[in-house]
Design a binder for this molecule. Structure first.
Ligand code: PMP
Ligand code: GLN
Length: 387
């Protein structure tokens, strides 16, 4: 038999899938994979169900239902004062995961360089490599995860085609500050580099922090696409409805990829998300407000247990340095697996977000859970530490 594609054949099952499988097998409290306990707004679930029964269940338009494209454009205007043409500058995809793939397929050529900020979400690098493009990792350091300006400037070259910016950033929780974005924008313009902005956590910011889309900075509108996810914004992660918006010259090739990858996204879900994006601003403020108590409870509980908590201002994750809990010969993956069997708690080892030389003792905890779930995890951790 001839070999399968070596890049994909060599890659394993994602850490999120494998840790959630372990959680199920051991009836562990799952603070690994990011999905809320909350069931999502009832009005959206009812609208999606009613549409299946009463609506038109055949292929929707390739670019997405007009109502949803208009809702995405209106949302961008309301929140960020961005002016997008819903007919030519908005594309609906089956989740942000597909949107990212479409961007890479539509924009990259073999040999192009792509700057990724590490720790980086785990789907970026494998796709870039599979396309024959070259990921250039630029590393951020805890606890502040500041933009490493010198390293970034050194990574940009005439070969750099695009940079991926994930803000608010998974797994660090970092929300990039306006001055960091202004500096980054200048660099990208000077080197004629595209920005693919993964902003799926745009509405998950805490402690008064503000999410600023890179696209809103001077000179960036024409070289930036912005990706959002209804899964994150409405706590419906299984729905897989994403949206990409940006200049027509970028959206056109990205839509060419979309028509090869999925072509369309289920119409009932698009219809319900259009209703959701139309709701008043209280939903967005309420989303983070509802998760804030769990965030505080988890951070305080972990600190009481003697670990250093490195919390950012965004996403629904926080990072902890568990060096004090680890065995000398153990890496983060070994520790996380042992934690499942010994304590009955699932976390994500941070090495999943690095191409090489990961930090040894950092793990990610997810806090978008009911307080009862967070308390159950803390009770188990306390019992485990007490043994
Ligand atoms: N980007 C980041 C940074 C994420 O955390 C996620 C979460 N799964 C995604 C993209 C994918 O989002 P979706 O579920 O809409 O595909
Ligand atoms: N984005 C989610 C996380 O970071 C997981 C998504 C997935 O499992 N593919 O936990």
């Amino acid at each position: 038999m001839k070999p399968a594609n070596p890049t994909l054949a060599a890659s394993g099952t994602t850490i999120f899938e494998s840790m959630s499988a372990l959680a199920r097998a051991h009836q562990a409290v799952n603070l690994g994979q990011g999905f809320p306990d909350d069931r999502g707004p009832e009005a959206l679930r009812a609208a999606a169900a009613a549409y299946v029964v009463d609506g038109h269940n055949q292929y929707p338009p390739m670019m997405g239902l007009p109502a949803l494209r208009q809702a995405v454009a209106a949302h961008a205007r309301r929140h960020y004062d961005l002016d997008l043409d819903p007919d030519r500058e908005v594309l609906i995809t089956s989740g942000a995961t597909e949107a990212l793939l479409d961007c890479f397929l539509g924009l990259l050529d073999a040999g192009d360089e792509v700057v990724l900020l590490e720790p980086a979400y785990d789907t970026y690098a494998p796709v870039v490599r599979r396309l024959g493009a070259i990921p250039r990792a630029v590393r951020l350091e805890p606890p502040r995860w500041e933009l490493p300006r010198a390293a970034l400037a050194a990574a940009l070259s005439p070969k750099t085609k695009l940079l991926v910016l994930n803000s608010p950033m998974n797994p660090t929780g970092k929300v990039f500050a306006r001055d960091e974005l202004a500096w980054l924008a200048e660099q990208l313009i000077a080197h004629d580099v595209y920005a693919v902005c993964d902003e799926v956590y745009e509405h998950l910011v805490f402690d008064g922090a503000t999410h600023v889309p890179l696209m809103t900075l001077p000179g960036m509108r024409e070289r930036t696409v912005r990706i959002g996810s209804a899964g994150k914004t409405f706590s419906l992660t299984g729905w897989k409805v994403g949206y990409v918006s940006g200049p027509e010259a970028m959206i056109r090739p990205i839509a060419k990829a979309h028509q090869l990858v999925t072509f369309t996204t289920p119409p009932n879900l698009q219809h319900a998300v259009a209703l959701g994006l139309g709701v008043d601003a209280t939903h967005y403020a309420g989303l983070a407000a509802a998760m804030a108590p769990g965030r505080a409870r988890l951070a305080a509980g972990l600190r009481d247990l003697g670990v250093e908590v490195i919390a950012g201002d965004g996403t629904y994750f926080l990072v902890a340095d568990v060096a004090g809990w680890m065995r000398p010969d153990e890496d983060d993956v070994g520790f996380a697996r042992r934690l499942v069997t010994e304590a009955g708690v699932v976390v994500i080892p941070m090495s999943a977000f690095y191409a090489a030389a990961p930090p040894r003792s950092l793990v990610r905890f997810c806090f978008c859970k009911d307080l009862a779930t967070i308390d159950a995890a803390l009770t188990r951790l306390r019992a485990w530490r007490g043994r």
